[in-house]
Design a binder for this molecule. Structure first.
Ligand code: ATP
Length: 372
């Protein structure tokens, strides 16, 4: 079912910022949307308002075009799975899953059929008779998922459901949540502060900061065409290299960005969007993956000194000092240059980002989306 948030506001008064600051959002039927942002940006509050656990100060919430803002949580056809899921430790797995169905007085045979079917979907059908203390963390999380599923909600709300699990299990359950999403065809809204989790799970990512939506887009869009400097910096690990700079545009149409210690050239195709902006103050950025090691000097090539190398597996993250600035550079581990040695870096203009120094909005977004 489609979920629509219209001018939604929640102000706890006690905090110095508004928790949710008049947000507008549309999540389509069957979509897996991820709310992503740093701690305190308003993700959980947004989710709790959709679930009916928190009443908005103003604004409306629609599910399948029906205004549900004033409905009780149980009447909204949504199910929520939390980070710290609460279950009944004295009951076995089966009874924990069946609990919401007893509460609505479902027929016993129907309960049994539903519990077994849902347990099969999340791969815990062999654990139904076990006590809750006899299952692992990952299995308990699946029990929580199963319990959320038994009432066949149209909208699943998940608040960091994987954050208490170890790294390997997280990855495994992530895949299972994706499969569950495909199998049920329901709308999922998933909250996380982990951008890698958001990128691997989401059809649509909603990046939030300080109660505001910063950008809504596919994982590719928020990574390759960030709308502003916050999104550019928050999405991607390791983070984008960013520096203050100023533009220099020649009459010939060549565009340069002056960084604290050197100058780089941008492709001429960006000229239209930057017309009249010579001397404009910007925030310049380039992702560590977009800087290359080269052997021969040329345009946009700058010498540097490798200060530190971190192994990432098949690739290395090198920290390279270029004049006064330190850059993160990701290279194939086989090409890596050891710490203490000199190297030559090429900054590809096509992969550079420019943001207005004041508004922090992208100055290249139109050109980049056209080129994408
Ligand atoms: P986290 O990832 O840490 O859970 P979040 O993005 O989910 O963060 P929220 O929990 O929605 O953020 O909180 C948004 C803001 O509202 C924060 O400043 C928080 O301190 C404040 N807040 C949340 N719940 C309450 C409450 N019940 N009373 C007062 N302030 C609250």
């Amino acid at each position: 079912m489609k979920v629509v948030l219209k001018d939604l506001v929640k102000d706890f008064k006690s905090a110095d910022t508004v928790a949710v600051n008049r947000i507008n959002l549309e999540i389509d039927q069957g979509e897996l949307a991820v709310l992503l942002g740093p701690s305190g940006c308003g993700k959980t509050t947004t989710l709790r308002m959709i679930a009916g656990l928190e009443q908005p100060d103003s604004g409306r919430i629609y599910i399948a075009e029906r205004d549900i803002t004033d409905l009780a949580p149980k009447d909204r056809r949504v199910a929520m799975v939390f980070q710290n899921f609460s279950m009944y430790p004295t009951m076995n797995v089966y009874d924990n899953i069946a609990f919401p169905l007893h509460a609505i007085k479902m027929d016993r045979k129907e309960i049994d059929r539903t519990v077994r079917e849902v347990a099969r979907l999340v791969n815990i059908d062999q654990l139904l008779e076990r006590g809750l203390r006899q299952v692992s963390g990952g299995e308990a999380q699946r029990v929580a998922l199963a319990r959320a599923m038994v009432r066949r909600p149209e909208v699943f709300l998940m608040d960091e459901p994987l954050s208490n699990l170890d790294a390997k299990l997280r990855v495994q359950l992530r895949t299972e949540i994706k499969r569950l999403h495909q199998d049920t065809g329901a709308t999922f809204i998933f909250v996380t502060h982990d951008q890698e989790e958001a990128m691997t799970l989401g059809d649509k990512i909603i990046v939030m900061n300080r109660g505001d939506i910063q950008q809504v887009g596919t994982p590719h869009e928020v990574f390759f065409t960030p709308r502003n400097a916050f999104v550019a910096n928050f999405v991607g690990t390791p983070s984008m290299n960013m520096l203050p700079g100023s533009l220099r545009i020649e009459e010939s149409g060549r565009i340069f960005v002056g960084l604290p210690d050197f100058e780089l050239e941008l492709p001429r195709r960006f000229a239209a969007g930057l017309r009249g902006m010579s001397s404009h103050h910007v925030i310049w950025g380039i992702r560590p993956e977009a800087i290359r090691l080269v052997s021969a000097p040329g345009g946009n090539c700058v010498p540097g000194l490798v200060e530190l190398v971190e192994a990432l597996g098949s690739r290395d993250l090198m920290f390279v000092r270029v004049h006064g600035q330190l850059f993160g550079v990701i290279v194939d581990a086989l090409d890596s240059v050891p710490a203490g040695e000199a190297c030559l870096l090429h900054f590809d203009g096509a992969h550079m980002h420019l943001f207005d120094a004041e508004s922090e909005l992208s100055l290249l977004l139109d050109e980049k989306t056209k080129g994408a």
